[in-house]
Design a binder for this molecule. Structure first.
Ligand SMILES: Cc1cc2nc3c(=O)[nH]c(=O)nc-3n(C[C@H](O)[C@H](O)[C@H](O)COP(=O)(O)O)c2cc1C
Length: 309
């Protein structure tokens, strides 16, 4: 990176996962093939998360599925995916990747989540991220992830079927995200990812109709960052496991803000559509320069600093 910032230790551990830097590719953004995941890793991501994968193939919803709104993106893609039996081929192709490959999974019951996670682990996943938070598919994601009892049952089932670390990705579409985090951690989650998109909607004033084919979708991008920061801050005060912050991260300043709130690592999603994959290196460079300027030697020293009285 050049000069004094070379002496900053940017590495981080999430459970037993070693990451050379705290940036990750968020689920659903370029995570559908080994080739795009490898590109994200080669571009400097400290870990990559796949698109959420279920037991059976699904084509998702008809268009329009993603639209740009003033403050970010609105999507209801409907969890299109090839199914885990096909996707294991992509996971196997990434066995030589120098950074962790985290496979995001979803299911329609605890047993289904556990089955998909088991197959992902056998294929070589470094960790499993449970999508307990997609706001636009019936019978999975946020629909079951808003219920702490379901969160507990799913995490317990998956922890019973895999040895690799399990991350619970939570929904902000709830009155109390801390209850969800508590439920996940009490069931053995090794880390919490916060947050997925915020349930939202847009209507076309000419046709009088909702724009997304699914009517409702998930809002991502700058609009949700303050919500995500609040969630990470609250969860940090309640649980002892690492938190992975996500939501509207566009710059190194955003990454720092999440880490001060309590995130050990951060995921970048929508910003990649606008800034491209160079965002990982840009965030790392800015973060290292900030740490050097503030006289920190390791990125780990700023995690949760905003909580210090
Ligand atoms: C088009 C699109 C597809 C997504 N697909 C998934 C998915 O399959 N699984 C998941 O857990 N999150 C998914 N997400 C949510 C992102 O991983 C992330 O949590 C969210 O977009 C907030 O981060 P951002 O503001 O950086 O995009 C998706 C987001 C977008 C925009």
């Amino acid at each position: 990176m050049g000069g004094v910032i070379d002496f900053i230790d940017m590495s981080i551990h999430i459970a037993s996962l070693f990451m050379p830097n705290p940036t990750m590719l968020a689920s659903g953004i370029l995570g559908m093939s080994a080739e795009t995941l490898r590109r994200a890793a080669d571009s400097g991501a400290g870990a990559v998360v796949t698109k959420s994968i279920g037991l059976k193939p699904s084509s998702g919803y008809p268009n329009p599925t993603v639209i740009q709104v003033k403050c970010g993106f609105l999507n209801a893609v409907g969890l299109p995916n090839p199914g885990i039996h096909k996707f294991v081929e992509e996971i196997r192709m990434l066995r030589d990747l120098s950074v962790p490959v985290i496979v995001s999974v979803f299911g329609f019951s605890p047993e289904e989540y556990a089955e998909v996670a088991g197959l992902a682990e056998d294929a070589g996943a470094s960790a499993i991220e449970l999508n307990l938070s997609c706001p636009h598919v019936k019978g999975t994601g946020a629909e079951i992830g808003q219920d702490p009892r379901m969160v507990k049952l799913i995490v317990e089932a998956v922890k019973g079927s895999v040895k690799k670390p399990v991350f619970a990705k939570l929904t902000p579409n709830t009155a109390d995200i801390v209850r969800l985090a508590d439920a996940a951690v009490s069931a053995g989650a090794d880390a919490i990812t916060a947050i997925n998109t915020v349930k939202a909607m847009a209507i076309d004033v000419e046709t009088f109709r909702p724009i997304l084919s699914n009517r409702f979708g998930g809002l991502s991008g700058p609009a949700i960052k303050p919500i995500a920061i609040r969630c990470v801050y609250e969860i940090y005060e309640a649980v002892g496991v690492p938190i992975i912050g996500c939501g509207g991260i566009w710059s190194w300043e955003d990454a720092v803000e999440f880490m001060l709130a309590g995130a050990s690592a951060i995921q970048v999603g929508s910003a990649i559509a606008v800034e491209g994959l160079s965002i990982f290196k840009n965030i790392c460079r800015g973060l290292a320069e900030y740490l050097a300027r503030k006289n920190f030697k390791s990125v780990r020293e700023i995690i949760g600093l905003a909580h210090k009285k």
